[in-house]
Design a protein around this ligand. Structure first.
Ligand code: PMP
Length: 429
C-alpha cells in the first residue's frame, strides 16, 4: 500500500504536534505502523491522502451511525452558519436537544451540554461530589472516562495500550480519592463500601466497556451496583459516551433496564461534532450553577452548529429505530463470519460483540475484566491490523478498542471483510 503522502505529512506533523497527532491512538504506534492521514469520508468508506480507500470500522470511534457525511445531516448547514456561528447566549436548539435527551433516556431528567466526553465525566463527578458532600469515587480498571486527572487511574484506551496505566502529571493527592475496582467484580465494590461506604460520592462506569476492547457488564454486576449505591446514598453514573444512542436509542440504561442517577454522553450525540453532555435526576442536576453551588460552564457549550447536526442525527435515529436492528444484524454477520474463520484456521482468538460494537481479541477468553484482556497477544493484533489495512479495511489501530458498524456498511462490505479476515488470519498464523 502506498502511503507516501501520508508519510510526508506525518514527518511534518511530528515537528509541530506531539507524536504528530491530536489524540494518541491515531499515531498507530501500538500496531507498529505510521498513520494514514485521512482526506475524506463518504458513506462506508474513507480515503487517505494517497488515494487509498478503506472500509471504515472506526466510524470516528462510534458517532457515525449513519456513515460519513450523510446528506440528511449536511442539509441546511450553510443556513446555520450564515445565521451566526456562535453567540455565547442561549438558543432554542439547545432546549430542543435537552428535551430530546431527557425524553429518550431513563434516569435523565435534566441535562447540561458540554464539548466532549471528558468534560461530561469531569462535570458529573463534580456534581455527584457536590450533591453528596463526599469526596471518594469508585471507577473500574480498564474503563476509560476521558483524561480528567481524577479518572486517569489505571484507565483503558491509549493508557493500556501504551502500558502506562497512570498518566504522569497527575498529582497523587488528586487520585487519592479514586478507588479502582475490578470490572464485573461486585465483591470488590462491596468490600470498598464496607471500608468507605459513607465517603463514597459516586460509582462511574462504562456499562458496556469499549475501552479495553468490548467487554459488556454482567447484568448481576450492574444490578448489584444499582442496589449498593441506593443503599449507601451514592450516585451511580453510567458513562454512555460510547453506548448512549449507539447500542440502542436509550443506551445501556434501556438495554439492561437499569436506571442510573446520572449519565454522561459524548461524541454520539454530536453525530461527529465535538459535543458532550451530562445529566441526571432533577434533584442532582439542580446542584449545577446557576441553580446550585456546583460550578461548571463553557463558552462554546451548546454551539449552534453542533446542536443542529446533533439534534438532527438523534431525530433520524429516533424516527428510524429499525436502524438499531439493522446495525445489529450487520454486526452479527461479521461476528459469525469471523468466528467461523477462527475455528477453521484454529486461531487463538475470540470475537466479542455487543449490539453494533465488536472486538477481535487475540486470546482465548473469557474476557470479563481488565486482567482478562491483558492476556491478549497484542503483537498478533498488530500484524492482523496491518494485514487488514493492506486489504483496504480500517480497524481500530489498537487491540483494546471496539469496531463500530454504521448503516452505510453494505452486505458486500461485510462479505469482503469476512473474506479479508480469513486471509489476514491465515497470513499471520
Ligand atoms: N468516556 C468514554 C466511555 C469514552 O469512550 C471516551 C472517549 N473515547 C470518553 C469518555 C472521553 O470522551 P472525549 O474523547 O470526547 O473527551
Amino acid at each position: 500500500m502506498n502511503l507516501k503522502k501520508s508519510k510526508n505529512i506525518y514527518d511534518e506533523a511530528i515537528k509541530y504536534i506531539p507524536g504528530g497527532v491530536n489524540s494518541p491512538v491515531r499515531a498507530f504506534k501500538s500496531v507498529g505502523a505510521d498513520p494514514a492521514f485521512i482526506k475524506s469520508g463518504h458513506g462506508n468508506k474513507i480515503e487517505d491522502e494517497d488515494g487509498n480507500t478503506y472500509i471504515d470500522y472506526i466510524c470516528s470511534w462510534g458517532p457515525l451511525i449513519l456513515g460519513h457525511s450523510d446528506e440528511r445531516l449536511i442539509e441546511g448547514i450553510e443556513d446555520i452558519l450564515r445565521n451566526g456561528i456562535s453567540f455565547g447566549l442561549p438558543t432554542k436548539i439547545e432546549v430542543d436537544m435537552a428535551k430530546h435527551i431527557v425524553e429518550s433516556y431513563n434516569g435523565v431528567e435534566m441535562v447540561r451540554m458540554v464539548n466532549s466526553g471528558t468534560e461530561a465525566t469531569m462535570s458529573a463527578i463534580r456534581v455527584a461530589r457536590g450533591y453528596t458532600g463526599r469526596d471518594k469515587i469508585i471507577k473500574f480498571e480498564g474503563c476509560y472516562h476521558g483524561h480528567n486527572d481524577c479518572l486517569l487511574v489505571k484507565s483503558g484506551s491509549g493508557a493500556i495500550t501504551y502500558g502506562v496505566p497512570t498518566s504522569s502529571g497527575v498529582p497523587a493527592d488528586i487520585v487519592k480519592n479514586t478507588i479502582v475496582c475490578r470490572y464485573n467484580n461486585l465483591e470488590d465494590v462491596k468490600k470498598t463500601f464496607e471500608d468507605f461506604g459513607e465517603d463514597i460520592a459516586a460509582i462511574i462506569l462504562e456499562p458496556v466497556a469499549g475501552n479495553m476492547g468490548v467487554v459488556p457488564a454482567k447484568r448481576e454486576f450492574l444490578e448489584g451496583l444499582r442496589k449498593i449505591t441506593k443503599e449507601n446514598g451514592s450516585v451511580l453514573i453510567f458513562d454512555e459516551v460510547i453506548t448512549g444512542f449507539r447500542i440502542s436509542y436509550g443506551g445501556a440504561s434501556e438495554v439492561y433496564g437499569i436506571e442510573p442517577d446520572m449519565a454522561c454522553f459524548g461524541k454520539i450525540i454530536g453525530g461527529g461534532f465535538p459535543v458532550g453532555a451530562y445529566g441526571g435526576k432533577k434533584e442532582i442536576m439542580e446542584m449545577v450553577s446557576p441553580t446550585g453551588p456546583v460550578y461548571q460552564a463553557g463558552t462554546l457549550s451548546g454551539n449552534p452548529l453542533a446542536m443542529h447536526v446533533g439534534y438532527r442525527n438523534l431525530k433520524i435515529l429516533k424516527e428510524n429505530k429499525n436502524i438499531y436492528k439493522e446495525l445489529e444484524e450487520k454486526a452479527i454477520m461479521i461476528e459469525e463470519g469471523i468466528r467461523k474463520n477462527i475455528e477453521e484456521l484454529n486461531i487463538n482468538a475470540k470475537i466479542v460483540r455487543f449490539k453494533s460494537m465488536l472486538t477481535l481479541f487475540f486470546g482465548k477468553g473469557p474476557f470479563e475484566n481488565f486482567d482478562d484482556v491483558q492476556s491478549c497477544d497484542t503483537e498478533m493484533y498488530a500484524k492482523y491490523f496491518n494485514e487488514m489495512l493492506n486489504r483496504g479495511i480500517m480497524l481500530p489501530p489498537a487491540q483494546f478498542e471496539g469496531m463500530f458498524l454504521s448503516i452505510a456498511h453494505t452486505k458486500e462490505d461485510i462479505e469482503y471483510t469476512i473474506k479479508a479476515n480469513y486471509e489476514a488470519l491465515k497470513a499471520i498464523k
